[in-house]
Each structure stands twice: as structure tokens, then as C-alpha cells.
Design a protein around this ligand. Structure first.
Ligand SMILES: Cc1ncc(COP(=O)(O)O)c(C=O)c1O
Length: 407
């Protein structure tokens, strides 16, 4: 990886953003210009180990050779048709994704939020057409502290006031219950319930893992009550937790699965609603769509992603290196870390507030050449590429030890 030729410095580029770029993010002060594997390089040629991996969009690392090759090959052939016509890449993508997930049908979209929106629409339509809920009465039960995206409907059922403030009026039809609380869920479900929509592990909330049995309980409850179980695996899915899907840790198969992020291989936005035929089958021509959804470039990259996951190598790496991550974090508890939650190569680390905020820890790690993202308060999230080596992981843990130990 050689430094790109740039005429503007990092500081200059950061300053230049200020007047022309909406301030909806507060990035760490690093201007990335290149990436390869677990590493990125800034404008000045400084190298950083990427321990965030685009919030799991880069599960296979930066520019994985097989994914780049698939994209290049497709770029030379055909990139976009719209769904007005068939394209020669879509059937294979849908077939292989359905097979990988054990479900029947695929609705291709682009971003995660679009997959969530599409899942909500499909569940409502299913409720009216199949379950027989009276028109416009369908409800969807969701969990507090959820993160499902940023659209108007999705923030309607967020419990994060920063995400909602100033964006009303909100979409009705959602009931919010505490996460990891089956009794509360049971109390909220009734004959109007189209679906229960949850993250099997709450990512943005700080990698919150429900008690063993919760997902099984959600599965049994939704089956018993005749409503759909929608699992948002946009962040937890596709190898991150050591399984293809996080629901597999409890051997649970949802009715509807929402996928995104890593499905696009870190190259293009690719998301999907994957579901049983009797659920996705409610959609008919003209009722839902997307100009870019299922485009040939997305389908080619998505197929290459599925192909990587079919080998099981990344799930295995997440399990094995996840144990290394867990051991390393266990060592830090009481030494600047107050606790952590981890599954596979994914951890939410609660740093002692006396050490600093999550943001401050992120800034100190940046100076150590490690990229992470804080979530709430003093929590940082670790989600390295699943291609990371044990040596690289050890160096990130070493940097974390130095940073939190320093106080
Ligand atoms: C669980 C979950 N669902 C949905 C989304 C939204 O995805 P996108 O940012 O691609 O719209 C995210 C993004 O972080 C997520 O973590």
C-alpha cells in the first residue's frame, strides 16, 4: 500500500468540510485515503488498524481480493438495469442468499434502513392479507434502545431522543417494550400484532446480548401468537458473531431476516429482506421497489460475499479470534475497563468513566494507530474485520491496555 498523491493535508481537508458538509456526524480527526485488509492509511501515509470495519460493513476487510475481482468483472459488463428488466446476476444472488440463510425468497434493496422499511411494509401487508388484521390497525412490537436506521418511520420507534428530536410527526403502529424481557413482549402482543422486530444482539446500544433463551422465547411467542419474527441482522449477521447469523446461537429461524452492511462487501450498498415464501409472497408488481435494488453490480458483489460465507472460514475466524478478544478484554477488567460484552469478533467495552469518555478513548487510540468508535458514554465498540490476524488483534488489545491504563 503506497501513499496516494494528495495536494491537501488532513487538517486542510477537515477544515474544508466544515462549511460545505452537513454536520450530522462527528468523525474522529483522521482522513482516510486507502485501505487494504485490516489497515487504512491517511493522507499523510500514517497507517491505522481498523477496529470498527465500517460498523460491520467491512467484515471481509478493505478491498478483499475476491470481492474486488467480482466488482471489477461486473463493472466491465453491466452495472445497472433497474428492475424494469431482468439482469443475468440476480437469480444466482437470490438463490444463494436464500440457501445460505435457510429461507425461501429475497427482496433486494440497498441500505439497511431500506431493508427495515421494506420488512415493516411486508409485515403489515402480511397482517392484512394473511392474518386478517383490520385495515390500518397493524402493530409492530419493537425493543427499547433499538437501532434500525434513520428514516422517519424508523426513528418513530427509536428511544434515542437525539435521533428523534425535531423530526416528528412520527409514524404510528409501533409498541416499544424493554429488550430481553419476554413477559413485557408477551403483554404487548395482541391480535393486531403483525410482527416482533428486534436485533438478536443490539449493536448500537453497545453490543447488548440478550439472556440465553430470549431469542427462543421470541420465536415460540411469535409462533404461538400468529405474528412474524423479524430479526434485524444488518449488523450482527454475516459472520460477525461466529455464525452466519446471530440467531443461530440459539438455533432459531426467524420468519423474516433483514441483512445489509457486509452484504455489499464494503464496496456497494446491498441489503435484503429474506423471508419465507408465504410472507414475501404478499408483494405484487408495483407495490414496492427500488431503482437500484438488485442491480447487477450489487448482485455480483453480494453473490461473492455469499460465496465467502459458504466456506465457513469467516465464521470460524470470528469464533477463534473472538476467544482471543474475550481473553484480552477479561485481562483489562479492573484495569481501566469496568466490563464488556462480546460475541465472536464483536465487543462493547465499558471503560471506567474516570479514564475518559468513549470519545476520548477513541481519540487516544487514534494516536496509537487504532480506529474504534464510541457508542454511549464511556462505551467503545470493537468490530474488526473478520480477516484480522491474531497478531493484529493483540496489538489492538495492547494499545487499548496502554490507553485505558493511562487514565
Ligand atoms: C441493526 C441495524 N439495522 C439497521 C441499520 C441501518 O443501516 P443503514 O445505515 O445501512 O441504513 C443499522 C446501522 O447501523 C443497524 O445496525
Amino acid at each position: 500500500m503506497t501513499a496516494p498523491v494528495r495536494t491537501r493535508s488532513s487538517a486542510d481537508l477537515i477544515r474544508a468540510e466544515e462549511p460545505v458538509l452537513a454536520h450530522n456526524y462527528h468523525p474522529l480527526p483522521v482522513v482516510v485515503a486507502r485501505g487494504e485488509g485490516s489497515w487504512v492509511e491517511d493522507v499523510e501515509g500514517r497507517r491505522y488498524l481498523d477496529m470498527l470495519a465500517g460498523y460491520s460493513a467491512l467484515n471481509f476487510g478493505h478491498r478483499h481480493p475476491a470481492l474486488i475481482a467480482a466488482a471489477h468483472e461486473q463493472l466491465d459488463l453491466l452495472t445497472l438495469t433497474s428492475r424494469a428488466f431482468h439482469n443475468d446476476r440476480l437469480a444466482e444472488f437470490a438463490e444463494r442468499l436464500a440457501e445460505l440463510t435457510g429461507l425461501d425468497m429475497v427482496l433486494p434493496m440497498n441500505t439497511g434502513a431500506e431493508a427495515v422499511e421494506s420488512g415493516i411494509k411486508v409485515a403489515r401487508k402480511w397482517a392484512y392479507e394473511v392474518k386478517g388484521v383490520p385495515a390500518d390497525q397493524a402493530t409492530i412490537v419493537v425493543a427499547a434502545e433499538n437501532f434500525h436506521g434513520r428514516t422517519t418511520t424508523i426513528v418513530s420507534f427509536s428511544t434515542d431522543e437525539t435521533a428523534r428530536q425535531g423530526f416528528g410527526p412520527f409514524t404510528p403502529g409501533f409498541r416499544i417494550v424493554p429488550y430481553n424481557d419476554l413477559a413485557a413482549l408477551e403483554a404487548a402482543v395482541d391480535e393486531t400484532t403483525a410482527a416482533v422486530l428486534i436485533e438478536p444482539i443490539q449493536g448500537e446500544a453497545g453490543v447488548v446480548i440478550p439472556d440465553e433463551g430470549y431469542l427462543t422465547g421470541v420465536r415460540e411467542l411469535t409462533r404461538r401468537e400468529g405474528c412474524l419474527f423479524i430479526a434485524d441482522e444488518i449488523q450482527s449477521g454475516l459472520g460477525r458473531t461466529g455464525r452466519t447469523l446471530a440467531v443461530e446461537h440459539e438455533g432459531v429461524v426467524p420468519d423474516v431476516l433483514l441483512l445489509g452492511k457486509a452484504l455489499g462487501g464494503g464496496i456497494v450498498p446491498v441489503s435484503a429482506v429474506v423471508a419465507r415464501r408465504d410472507v414475501l409472497g404478499v408483494l405484487r408488481p408495483g407495490e414496492h421497489g427500488s431503482t437500484f435494488g438488485g442491480n447487477p453490480l450489487a448482485a455480483a458483489v453480494g453473490t461473492a460475499v455469499v460465496e465467502l460465507l459458504e466456506t465457513g472460514e469467516f465464521q470460524r475466524r470470528a469464533t477463534e479470534l473472538g476467544a482471543v478478544l474475550r481473553d484480552g478484554l477479561t485481562e483489562l477488567v479492573g484495569k481501566g475497563v469496568v466490563g464488556f460484552r462480546a460475541r465472536g469478533l464483536w465487543a462493547g467495552v465499558d471503560v471506567d468513566p474516570a479514564v475518559g469518555t468513549g470519545r476520548e478513548v477513541g481519540e487516544r487510540l487514534l494516536r496509537e494507530g487504532i480506529l474504534v468508535k464510541d457508542t454511549h458514554g464511556s462505551t467503545i465498540r470493537l468490530a474488526p474485520p473478520l480477516t484480522i490476524t491474531e497478531t493484529e488483534l493483540a496489538s489492538a488489545l495492547g494499545a487499548l491496555e496502554r490507553v485505558v491504563g493511562r487514565g
